[in-house]
Unconditional design. Structure first.
Length: 221
């Protein structure tokens, strides 16, 4: 059936002749289809306002990858011109959890929070550490807890590297020692000191040491 026949927009035609689908039904069906494509991301977007700590990120992430942004292509989701997405390609430096390969590409949903997303979400050449869930049925994924699961790595004048998420690490280490202890993991003294940091960038080597231990905790899908 041709689209113009299905929509039946000619005012001189019968509004609902036998065998034709009413426009209202078609529009309702389209809304349901778009919702089905986006709904799997609802939990990720909802987590934007729910604080999570590093232990939670380590236990829930399907992919934990450190790399450099090779390309960030901003484009509508195929087939849905009003749904904004960005296709990110990383040159993998460390794949802590996830598929092997020198590059990793994913499509992130940007719609629903126009004031908090934009062209500056990813920049070519920047070094990142991302905690990502599995893909939705629509092929989309966003960092866990959005800004909280999206980290930038920066090198200082002396060559020392630090790491902080988009929230400035605020609350990132809160209750991490308690969560680790409940799961039977005892943190080292230097890790306990790191976990006492309330906010702000922290040294990358110390952060990665703590993260690797937290990745041994039981997964929490």
């Amino acid at each position: 059936m041709k689209l113009e026949h299905a929509l039946n927009t000619d005012p001189h035609r019968c509004p609902n002749p036998k065998g034709r689908i009413p426009l209202s039904v078609l529009l309702s069906t389209l809304i349901v289809m778009v919702s089905a494509a986006i709904m799997p991301l609802a939990a990720q977007v909802e987590a934007l306002t729910r604080p999570v700590n590093l232990a939670t990120l380590a236990r829930r992430a399907e992919v934990i990858v450190q790399g450099r942004v090779v390309e960030a292509r901003y484009e509508p989701m195929p087939g849905y011109s009003n749904i904004r997405t960005v296709v990110v390609t990383l040159e993998v430096e460390r794949m802590l959890r996830g598929p092997s390969g020198s590059r990793f590409t994913f499509r992130q949903y940007l719609g629903g929070a126009p004031r908090r997303v934009g062209k500056s979400v990813y920049a070519s050449g920047e070094q990142v550490l991302l905690f990502l869930p599995g893909e939705s049925s629509a092929g989309l994924r966003s960092p866990l807890a959005l800004e909280q699961g999206h980290f930038n790595i920066r090198r200082g004048p002396a060559g020392d590297e630090t790491i902080a998420n988009k929230m400035g690490n605020a609350g990132l280490f809160r209750r991490v020692p308690e969560d680790a202890q409940r799961a039977g993991l005892k943190l080292a003294e230097d890790q306990m000191q790191l976990a006492a940091t309330p906010k702000g960038p922290v040294p990358l080597p110390a952060f990665m040491s703590l993260l690797e231990d937290l990745m041994r905790l039981p997964r929490n899908e």
